[in-house]
Design a protein around this ligand. Structure first.
Ligand code: SAH
Ligand code: SF4
Ligand code: F3S
Length: 441
């Protein structure tokens, strides 16, 4: 049997796409390989979100060229493949296949051609494509990524995703529910619904509120998460569905990008500082104990000291549990690249602001986490932790908790007391709840 190895970069959408590609190729008679060395087919599933994401891939392709066995097919898939198309075949002569996110159905045929020495680019968008007949080959035993929407119809001025993923389209609710039943049958109890603006989901008949209730109600599902929502798509219906569906976890990853209304306008985020804050308040009012995380960009063109201060002050006002922070990266063809060159923020200023933002975010997270010590929470054990005899588990509100225990516990739910924190993650001790003990005689 020929073997295939896929190396994945970027977001969970790419992780999920790799699972679909593995599943498809397995169905076509390939076996999966956990190393590129010796594999007959090597695919690099790429991300284009920032310049450094692409640089990593270019470097990696250079390394792979040395590791590949003679005659092995090397292909590039994902967002960078879509963005660069045939240019990738020109810059890297070892690459034989360039396949974008809507063309994975063609992979088996393209690979056959490549094994005969041909080279192909396949980057057409297909608005009907949801790979419904593919069976994902899942590697994580505890939770399942389930794509519910592909593409994006927003046009944030910094962002390459609309170019690499095409227009927004939603899977049919019935298909998502079908896949949820399938993963339950495999012993999985947590699902993460994926989409670029996942709460704008609409399959023509059902909205995201319907989807949350339908997936959350599937027998055997104990936890439902989703990522990433857009603040403008949090209708009252969606918030009510989240609050009323017991399996939907008390966590929202709500990208803020900036705390300055003038900056948000240049980013074309379509909300103001006040509207973002109002969204947070509606969510917190409806869902007690809500964990809140975010994405923030510093150094977007024209960012003034006042605008950056507004970002810091909104972080202090909201008090996020965690934030992913990014330095702005200019992406070819995006509206941000057509802004006046004098708006470019000098590197030294970006670095200084970035450090200040990270310090602010971490300080708040630490304070919030310290205040949680002693609390008792339910965690799902996900995997072995990197250090010691510990297991890595996660609370419903998305905190990482390290607990003692042996690998048989992976996949089970434990009640733990939060006993320590590094500021970012927790250590916990298993507790026996009084109600779970047999009645004293
Ligand atoms: N669809 C998601 C975001 C996907 S990209 C959403 O709208 O929330 C993940 C994060 O990468 C974004 O939230 C943003 O913070 C960051 N990002 C996107 N483009 C970027 C760029 N050109 N430079 C720096 N960071 C960027
Ligand atoms: Fe990019 Fe904006 Fe779409 Fe998110 S909503 S993927 S940031 S264009
Ligand atoms: Fe990257 Fe594409 Fe995801 S650009 S972040 S892999 S949608």
């Amino acid at each position: 049997m020929p073997s295939v190895y896929i190396e994945t970069y970027g977001c969970q959408m790419n992780v999920s796409d790799s699972e679909l590609m593995y599943g498809k190729l397995q169905a076509e008679g390939y076996e999966t390989s956990d190393s590129p060395v010796g594999a007959d087919v090597v695919l690099v599933n790429t991300c284009a979100i920032r310049e450094n994401a692409e640089q990593r891939v270019i470097g990696r392709l250079g390394e792979l060229r040395r590791d590949l066995k003679p005659g092995a097919v090397l292909g590039v898939t994902g967002c960078m493949a879509q963005r660069l198309g045939p240019r990738l075949l020109e810059t890297d002569t070892r690459v034989q296949l360039v396949v974008g996110p809507d063309a994975y159905r063609m992979l088996p045929a393209l690979i056959d051609g490549a094994r005969n020495g041909e080279r192909f680019t396949a980057t057409d968008f297909d608005l009907e494509e949801h790979y419904e007949d593919f069976t994902a080959r899942r590697f994580e035993g505890v939770k399942a990524w389930i794509p519910v929407q592909r593409g994006c119809d927003y046009r944030c001025t910094y962002c390459i995703v609309p170019t690499t993923r095409g227009p927004e389209r939603s899977r049919r609710l019935a298909e998502v529910v079908r896949e949820t039943h399938e993963v339950v049958a495999q012993g999985i109890t947590e699902v993460v619904l994926l989409g670029q603006t996942v709460n704008s989901y609409h399959d023509g008949r059902h909205d995201f509120a319907d989807l949350l209730r339908a997936v959350g109600g599937v027998d055997g599902i104990r936890r439902v998460r989703y990522t990433s929502p857009h603040p403008n798509d949090f209708s009252d219906r969606v918030i009510a569905a989240m609050a009323e569906t017991a399996s939907v976890c008390e966590h929202v990853h709500l990208p803020m990008q900036s705390g300055s209304t003038s900056m948000l306008k240049r980013m074309l985020r379509r909300y103001t500082r006040e509207e973002y804050l109002a969204c947070v308040e509606r969510l917190r009012a409806a869902i007690p104990g809500l964990g809140l995380t975010t994405d923030i960009i510093v150094g977007f063109p024209g960012e003034t000291d006042e605008e950056f201060e507004d970002t810091l002050s909104l972080c202090r006002e909201v008090r996020f549990d965690d934030a992913f922070t990014f330095k702005f990266s200019a992406r070819e063809g995006t509206p941000a690249t057509r802004m006046p060159p004098e708006w470019t923020v000098p590197d030294a200023t970006v670095d200084r602001r970035y450090d200040a933002l990270v310090a602010t975010v971490r300080g708040i997270a630490r304070e919030k986490n310290m205040a949680r010590l002693g609390a008792r929470v339910e965690v799902l054990v996900e995997k072995e932790a990197r250090k010691g005899e510990l297991l890595q588990a996660r609370s419903r509100d998305f905190k990482t908790v390290l607990v003692p225990g042996t690998p048989e516990l992976i996949g089970s739910y434990l009640r733990v007391e939060l006993t320590g924190t590094t500021g970012a993650t927790f250590t916990g001790a298993t507790v026996q709840e009084r109600s779970a003990l047999p009645m004293a005689g």
